[in-house]
Design a protein around this ligand. Structure first.
Ligand SMILES: Cc1cc2nc3c(=O)[nH]c(=O)nc-3n(C[C@H](O)[C@H](O)[C@H](O)COP(=O)(O)OP(=O)(O)OC[C@H]3O[C@@H](n4cnc5c(N)ncnc54)[C@H](O)[C@@H]3O)c2cc1C
Length: 425
């Protein structure tokens, strides 16, 4: 299709669909072509999108680009770090997704040509697309915290991507002497799943309490407040006298690391660490920058109804990489958003208007084995942004009995088994 044709059709269809409709409608099915959708990133968001696109319309030619043959899931990886769970339970393959008719390409995407609508793969091959979905997750910003670069992460793991980093932190904790200090550094918002950083603090403190009782954990935090704060603080009080949280107002803001000296600095002090877990500031996965969909914040603004990029028409951004109002950077939300996006893309390629969605997110946290709580929210698009529906969500009660916490820990397990079975099973 030539640019001239495209512009005319875009104008006609935009008028037909009204304001707020996608700027890139191409009714390809009506033309008899088989539209090709390329999805980059086979994590919670991208793998869901690929599978649901094929289910929604089997005629679509869906390609999923993901370098790793095995996906390592982050939710529950804090339990792996604390020695409470086997890493093998975090691993998932792509055979069932391929069995549904999705073409799974185990390569990294290294470039996107938005004019030619092609994706370049690491092996030099190119894939054409009619619509592109980017779901590469988050990347650490290795230029944000002085001293913390890719090499430093091999000594002071972030473990904010599951896999080798998870096991590195676990082995370091196991190997350290009883009496050593563990230092965690937590960034300012936004970043991938903030509640998981407080869950990790709890579970590392649990590990120390049960395995290295003379050790302590210092948590340096660039924040003063966070989600489910009272629940976490109560758990710290009840279980973890070995955990010291230093919020930003008490000088906790992490300002740099020295890998050779094994120190972590904050506004006021320098801490010597036996083990350091540095969660650095983050941004959308790098391929979003290559496609021009990331703005100056490093994240990708997206339309709430279709998750189409606000910067590059024809490209949708899902999961952690997207900023779309109040949507949390969680696996739960990435999965929900992917289903909404898949439905929208299937309609857009037929030249139909997408349907206004709503969705739910729940984040479970474990403060100890068999001790969980959660926060839930319902989201809907209002004036081009996802907003939380007032009064529809909620947080676990602060004064719940122990049996309630135990129940929520079971729900957390159930949630993980369900979502991973839906995506990979
Ligand atoms: C410790 C921890 C605990 C968490 N616990 C929870 C929880 O309990 N509940 C919850 O809902 N969320 C949780 N999360 C958050 C959740 O893991 C993320 O929000 C979720 O993984 C985001 O999904 P995504 O698809 O955007 O990214 P990911 O799941 O990270 O997937 C991105 C995929 O893209 C691939 N990729 C990247 N670049 C390229 C490229 N150039 N070419 C091809 N492929 C590429 C990667 O290999 C990866 O497979 C937790 C996170 C952490 C760190």
């Amino acid at each position: 299709m030539t640019g001239a044709h495209h512009n005319r059709r875009e104008f006609i269809t935009s008028v037909a669909m009204g304001a707020g409709a996608s700027a890139f409608p191409r009714p390809l099915v009506a033309q008899g072509a088989q539209p090709r959708i390329v999805v980059i990133g086979g994590g919670f968001a991208g793998a869901t999108a690929a599978r649901f696109l094929k289910r929604t319309d089997p005629r679509l030619d869906v390609n999923l680009v993901e370098p790793n043959p095995i996906f390592s899931a982050c939710p529950f990886s804090n339990e792996v770090i604390a020695g409470l769970r086997d890493m093998r339970r975090q691993l998932f393959g792509y055979d069932r997704i391929a069995g549904d008719g999705v073409v799974v390409v185990h390569q990294a995407a290294t470039g996107v040509d938005v004019q030619a609508r092609t994706v370049t793969l690491r092996n030099g091959a190119k894939l054409n697309y009619d619509r592109l979905i980017l779901a590469p997750g988050s990347d650490p910003r290795f230029d944000a915290l002085p001293g913390y670069d890719e090499a430093a992460a091999e000594r002071m793991p972030h473990a904010w991507k599951a896999g080798a980093q998870t096991m590195l932190l676990r082995r370091q904790l196991e190997a350290m002497d009883d009496g050593g200090t563990v230092v965690m550094a937590l960034p300012a918002l936004p970043y991938r799943c903030p509640p998981a950083s407080y869950e990790r603090a709890c579970l590392i403190a649990y590990f120390l309490k049960t395995r290295k009782p003379r050790s302590k954990l210092i948590v340096l935090d660039a924040k003063d407040t966070f989600s489910m704060q009272r629940l976490f603080e109560n758990a710290w009080k009840e279980f973890y006298p070995n955990l010291e949280w230093v919020p930003v107002s008490s000088g906790g803001n992490p300002t740099g690391v020295d890998v050779a000296a094994m120190t972590v600095s904050s506004d006021f002090e320098t801490y010597k660490a036996a083990v350091a877990n540095i969660i650095p500031p983050q941004r959308a996965g790098r391929v979003t920058e290559l496609a021009g969909t990331a703005d100056r914040t490093g994240w990708c603004p997206a339309d709430p109804v279709t998750f189409e990029s606000r910067l590059v028409p024809g490209i949708h951004v899902l999961g952690d990489a997207a900023i779309a109002g109040a949507v949390p950077k969680s696996a739960f939300a990435g999965n929900a958003a992917a289903k909404i996006c898949a439905a929208a893309v299937a309609r857009l390629v037929r030249g139909e208007a997408p349907i206004e969605p709503k969705f739910v997110n729940t984040c479970y946290s474990l403060a100890a084995p068999d001790y969980g709580f959660s926060v839930a929210g319902v989201y809907q698009p209002v004036n081009g942004q996802w907003l939380e529906v007032e009064g529809a969500g909620g947080i676990s009660p602060v004064d719940a009995p122990r049996a309630f916490r135990s129940q929520e820990a079971k729900f957390a397990n159930g949630w993980f088994n369900t979502i991973t079975a839906e995506i990979f099973g």
